[in-house]
Ligand binder design. Structure first.
Ligand code: OGA
Ligand code: NI
Length: 333
């Protein structure tokens, strides 16, 4: 792996290896249409919520939630901890820049885990680790309150995610509690840092992708960058104070037998501000069986794929350079 982008971005123009092919570049449309992404007030009645969340998940695959009950101080302290983390001197972060396959370990990388093999690098650094209590001993020890604050936030994120999954189950017609155990056993944290970029029109923080999980709960600040693809058009996800962004993962799309739509999204950079986002990915246990839920499969809506283990899908996902559609291909019927 190379040096973190945050350690050299000030010193040079955009290197060739960060330039995307013309059809993938954001170009001048850095800030496209905004405001159309649904914002859902979780204080609404259950009937309304089931309807709204289902509609948002079918039309966009992505929505924002407000009035969700997660204490605002937990959200702001989490962002503050990650700002402090990414500002730490290189020596403090060095021990986390690891080349290990141990899934319990914390990993700090620039671009992706595949830096040495990938053709084009992403304009970001990212810290990843599992949130399971057994893994806390591997979490960063600096800044001082990291473990306390991030543990509190991950508990809230999981609670919120399960609440949303329950509403989705009701909407789609999947039995209560379907996602409660194995299918959401592994909560993974990813903290992205996108430093100011010398030419945002040519590069990306993250190119178009589906999250290969069940559900992603994302925390961002007042800096834009996240965009969702809707009817062939990129739409900006406008930052709203104290909101979480929720997106339907590819595996949830599979389990719903395409009744819910995974969100294709990307991140653009900007030339003036650091942007930090924190994502909590709700992942199945590696050996759990993924298949279209029996209750959504009918004669007129036959299963789109056979059952498979989540880890089989993830192996394909990595070997297909993060293309979820290709990763599913071998299991399709
Ligand atoms: C991701 C992602 C969006 C963002 O980490 O998978 O899509 O706003 N992040 O950083
Ligand atoms: Ni994503």
């Amino acid at each position: 792996m190379d040096k973190l982008v945050s350690s050299w971005y000030k010193d040079q123009s955009l290197p060739e290896s960060y330039i995307f092919p013309p059809h993938e570049r954001p170009g001048k449309l850095l800030v496209p249409r905004c405001n159309t992404v649904p914002v859902i007030d979780l204080g609404d009645t259950r009937t309304n919520l089931v309807h709204q969340i289902l509609k948002a998940s079918q039309e966009f695959g992505l929505f924002q939630v407000v009035n969700h009950g997660v204490p605002p101080n937990i959200m702001s302290e989490t962002m503050s901890v990650f700002h402090k983390f990414f500002e730490l001197p290189a020596e403090d972060k060095a021990s986390l820049i690891v080349h290990t396959n141990d899934p319990k370990r914390c990993k700090l990388v620039t671009s992706t885990l595949d830096y040495d093999r990938e053709k084009i690098h992403l304009w970001r650094d990212v810290l990843r680790h599992p949130c399971h209590p057994d893994c806390i001993e591997f979490w960063p020890q600096k800044p001082l309150r990291y473990r306390e604050v991030v543990a509190a936030c991950s508990i809230e994120a999981k609670k919120l995610g399960l609440q949303i999954l329950e509403l989705l189950c009701e909407g789609v017609g999947i039995e209560h509690g379907y996602f409660e155990h194995e299918l959401t056993e592994d909560l993974l944290l990813g903290a992205n840092h996108y430093p100011p970029c010398p030419d945002p029109s040519l590069t990306l923080g993250i190119p178009k992708h589906f999250d290969p999980d069940i559900l992603t709960i994302l925390l961002q600040e007042h800096i834009s960058g996240l965009q969702v693809l809707k009817d062939g058009e990129w739409i900006g996800v406008k930052p709203i104070p104290n909101a979480f962004v929720v997106n339907i993962g590819y595996i949830l799309q599979v389990i719903s037998n395409n009744k819910l739509k995974g969100a294709e999204h990307r991140v653009v950079t900007n030339s003036s501000d650091h942007r930090i986002s924190v994502v909590f990915c709700m992942n199945p246990a590696g050996d759990s069986n993924i298949e279209p839920a029996k209750s959504v499969v009918t004669a007129t809506n036959p299963p789109l794929c056979r059952g498979f283990q989540f880890k089989e899908f993830m192996d394909n996902f990595y070997s297909m350079d993060g293309d979820a559609d290709l990763a599913l291909q071998p299991f399709k019927l």
